[in-house]
Write a protein that binds this ligand. Structure first.
Ligand SMILES: NC(=O)c1ccc[n+]([C@@H]2O[C@H](COP(=O)([O-])OP(=O)(O)OC[C@H]3O[C@@H](n4cnc5c(N)ncnc54)[C@H](O)[C@@H]3O)[C@@H](O)[C@H]2O)c1
Length: 439
């Protein structure tokens, strides 16, 4: 099939590369001209394992094209994926400007029947707005062209995006016209071979499913984070509790890790947007609101541990930081908890020497502080440090070299925001250990 992907960010680029890989002809469009020229050279502007190989391979095979020309992009695909950003607006609702601009462009330039598939995460009712926007443009042009707006939310995880796209647990497709089904089957045919992955539903249900999934995961994390605070007070260990409840098949082990709080480009904004949808419809979503509050508290709670440790002598303390991104295997710094905790400790007079294996360039754009020194490696951050904070559970951070830590650090405190170390081992090696939800 001939497919256009509008927006070439984390979701658009992965969608385009993967659909090209399974044999479709794909054109990726973006309004960011620099991004498109970088991509045309086979260079990837984001860090996503395996994506560069896939893009280069499919450019060579002439199945993957990039354009910044809107008319070409609309003319190319009978399928037009919308995969642009939906950041939080000022009131917490999803900002639909980019989605509606993409719809407007389609309406302005389409000359034949299209399937408009929305992959961006959008509130219920957005497909209707997309339809209205396209119709308005067609009316202005005096054209009557058939099109369908389909909701197909994306569930990929940054850091494992290719695998998630290529081996989806499910493909949610919201349609209002049953005649769209054959085209959807053709589009996703290779994923359907083993068993049916497509789950058809109506459009509002598909739009809501995406928020339901992310908010459920955020609730699980916040639940464990709150329990971790209680565990510390009552002398329990949150990891033992996790194992204890995770073994119940009704609960399962995933997304039960206590930590410094959730972040990233999706959970925080999707939680906010669902709360907003609830309020607009006068339906209180108290569980989701509590999850958001608990997440905010968790980041503060972690910063408070550091403050409590140093007490009144905190000003001037030098903190080594390992990991900045909200999770490993991504350079995405959007809403990373490290940003809040560093900002909080900076107000106390701390300075920071930081290292992340891939997110340093992105971090420099959002960590405005002059109190931050960017280091080349883990070891360099430790020189003269009074404490070490770990924000991201990168594999390369998981084994501690205590000899190096002792030689380089001035202080003895390790704050483990992801519970990756065994406190007993850390203490045996002469350091003080502060995990989350640990005795
Ligand atoms: N990042 C994730 O892990 C993830 C996972 C699932 C769903 N989503 C959702 O997918 C959507 C996209 O997220 P993302 O992380 O890929 O965003 P992103 O910011 O990485 O990419 C969005 C891209 O769209 C481009 N763009 C904006 N307006 C445009 C327009 N009118 N025409 C063409 N291009 C335009 C931007 O220049 C940018 O390159 C969001 O709704 C997000 O919630 C994201």
């Amino acid at each position: 099939m001939k497919i256009t992907v509008i927006g070439s960010g984390y979701v658009g680029l992965v969608t385009g590369a993967c659909l090209a890989e399974i044999g479709h002809q794909v054109m990726c469009f973006d309004v960011d001209k620099n991004k498109i020229s970088t991509l045309r050279e086979g260079k990837i502007p984001i860090y996503e394992p395996g994506l560069d190989e896939l893009v280069v391979k499919n450019i060579k095979k002439e199945r993957l094209l990039f354009t910044d020309n809107v008319e070409d992009s609309v003319a190319f695909g009978s399928v037009q994926f919308i995969a642009v950003g939906t950041p939080s607006g000022e009131d917490g609702s999803a900002d639909l400007n980019y989605v509606l601009k993409a719809a407007e462009n389609i309406g302005k330039h389409m000359a034949e029947q299209k399937y408009i598939i929305n992959k961006s995460t959008v509130p219920v009712g957005t497909a209707e707005k997309v339809k209205t926007t396209i119709n308005a443009q067609l009316k202005t042009r005096g054209k009557d062209i058939k099109f369908d707006v389909i909701s197909n939310p994306e569930f990929l995880k940054e850091g494992a995006a290719i695998d998630d796209f290529m081996k989806p647990a499910r493909i949610i497709i919201g349609i209002e016209n049953q005649e769209c089904k054959p085209a959807m089957e053709e589009l996703y045919a290779p994923f359907q071979k083993n068993h049916d992955k497509i789950v058809y539903m109506d459009v509002p249900s598909a739009e809501l499913t995406k928020y339901a999934a992310n908010c459920m995961l955020a609730v699980r994390i916040s639940f464990m984070n709150e329990l971790s605070r209680l565990a510390e007070v009552v002398g329990a260990d949150i990891d033992s509790v996790r194992k204890g409840i995770g073994s119940d098949p009704r609960i399962g082990f995933n997304f039960l890790y206590a930590g410094v709080g959730y972040g990233g480009s999706c959970f925080p904004k999707d939680v906010k947007a669902l709360i907003r949808t609830g309020r607009q419809n006068e339906v209180g979503l108290e569980v989701v609101e509590a999850a958001e509050r608990a997440n905010k508290n968790q980041k503060k709670f972690f910063g408070d541990k550091v403050k409590k440790y140093f007490g009144s002598s905190i000003s001037g303390k030098k903190i080594a930081v390992w990991g900045l991104a909200f999770k490993p295997n991504t350079d995405d710094m959007r809403e990373a908890p490290s940003l809040d905790v560093i900002a909080d400790l900076e107000t106390q007079g701390c300075t920071f020497s930081v290292f992340d294996p891939v997110s340093m360039t992105e971090a420099k754009k959002v960590l405005a502080s002059s109190k931050v020194k960017y280091c080349q490696n883990q070891a360099e951050t430790l020189d003269g440090a009074d404490a070490l904070i770990v924000f991201t559970e990168w594999s390369e951070f998981k084994a501690l070299d205590f000899e190096m830590l002792s030689k380089k650090m001035k202080g003895k405190a390790i704050f483990d925001g992801r519970n990756i170390y065994d406190g007993k081992v850390v203490r045996r090696n002469g350091f003080e250990y502060f995990g989350i939800g640990k005795k």
